[in-house]
Design a binder for this molecule. Structure first.
Ligand SMILES: C[S@@+](CC[C@H](N)C(=O)[O-])C[C@H]1O[C@@H](n2cnc3c(N)ncnc32)[C@H](O)[C@@H]1O
Length: 287
């Protein structure tokens, strides 16, 4: 069962963090009006051609990736639990002139309602810092299967769970799997300030300084085996599973080496291991 009480605590933390994050992003509406996109080549490759497709973007935050997907001619609905994120997303859609629908909800409530209303999508997309916020991997996968059209696909790209076991300094600190809950007394931090230009393609602004989240947050650890198994158990067929030795746009650890294309990898001399994963799974035509 999802632990919605903890999700509600996270909602407060994300409400604050989202304001700080967006304070660092220079005129995002102009960026989109000028044809900008916040997508990385990896998700574009996993998605393939999405022209004319219906797509729901789960945990869309302030909607930058949702609008970039809409720009590729998909009919996009973005869903997020954070009030401020959805407000930002709606404003950005209006000011950029890129149409997309945005709905504020806990992912689990939204998936349940969509299934009850018989709403179906060609693609469910979720990315970059998504599953660590969700307390029930099986219900997540089943909910996604229930809103996909036959032949529709889940496209998921995220930071690799193995990179989540470390704290700064590569100290082995956190659980890898089992849905273990970790409480952070100071909730979501200002990772946008930490990654600066790599995550702000519209330009970096100093914005909010020394952000301290007044709310705690709760994260959940899911290993690759659990993610894949939940997807298969929900009746989806795995078509792609990739691991990447870099992160897109996120300096997760202070000593990471910056690569071209706004990517970060391990420091010089450290053996590589996966820092991101990508998964595509299809709903059979008969399910
Ligand atoms: C790291 S951000 C994801 C950013 C996203 N990849 C994007 O396109 O910008 C994680 C998001 O998950 C949302 N979130 C956390 N728990 C959630 C839940 N239970 N239901 C819906 N959204 C949730 C947060 O509000 C936050 O916007």
């Amino acid at each position: 069962m999802p632990n919605k009480n903890l999700h509600e605590v996270n909602r407060l933390a994300w409400n604050e963090a989202t304001v700080a994050h967006n304070s660092h992003k220079h005129d995002q509406a102009a960026f989109f009006r000028d044809g900008g996109s916040t997508l990385f080549p990896d998700e574009v490759e996993l998605l393939g051609n999405i022209e004319g497709m219906s797509l729901v973007h789960l945990q869309c935050n302030a909607g930058q990736d949702s609008l970039s997907l809409a720009r590729l001619s998909a009919a996009v609905t973005g869903v997020d639990i954070s009030d401020t994120a959805i407000e930002f997303a709606r404003t950005l859609s209006n000011e950029s002139g890129i149409p997309a629908a945005f709905q504020r909800a806990d992912v689990y409530d939204w998936l349940e309602r969509a299934a009850q209303c018989n709403t179906r999508y060609d693609i469910v997309f979720s990315s970059y810092g998504a599953l660590v916020w969700l307390s029930d991997i099986k219900t997540w996968a089943q909910g996604i299967a229930s809103v996909l059209k036959p032949g529709g696909r889940l496209v998921y790209v995220d930071f690799h769970p193995i990179s989540g076991v470390f704290e700064d300094g590569w100290k082995l600190t956190y659980d890898y799997m089992g849905g273990k809950t970790t409480e952070f007394e100071v909730g979501v931090g200002d990772y946008v300030a930490m990654s600066s230009e790599a995550i702000t393609p519209s330009g970096y602004l100093e914005g909010v300084k020394d952000f301290q989240n007044p709310h705690p947050s709760y994260e959940f650890s899911w290993g690759v085996g659990e993610i894949v198994t939940a997807t298969l158990d929900a009746g989806l067929q795995l078509t792609t599973l990739r691991e990447y030795p870099y992160t897109n746009g996120f300096r997760r650890f202070t000593d990471m080496r910056e690569l071209s294309g706004n990517r970060f990898t391990m420091p010089e001399g450290m053996p590589n291991f996966p820092l991101m994963m990508g998964l595509v799974a299809q709903k059979p035509e008969t399910l």
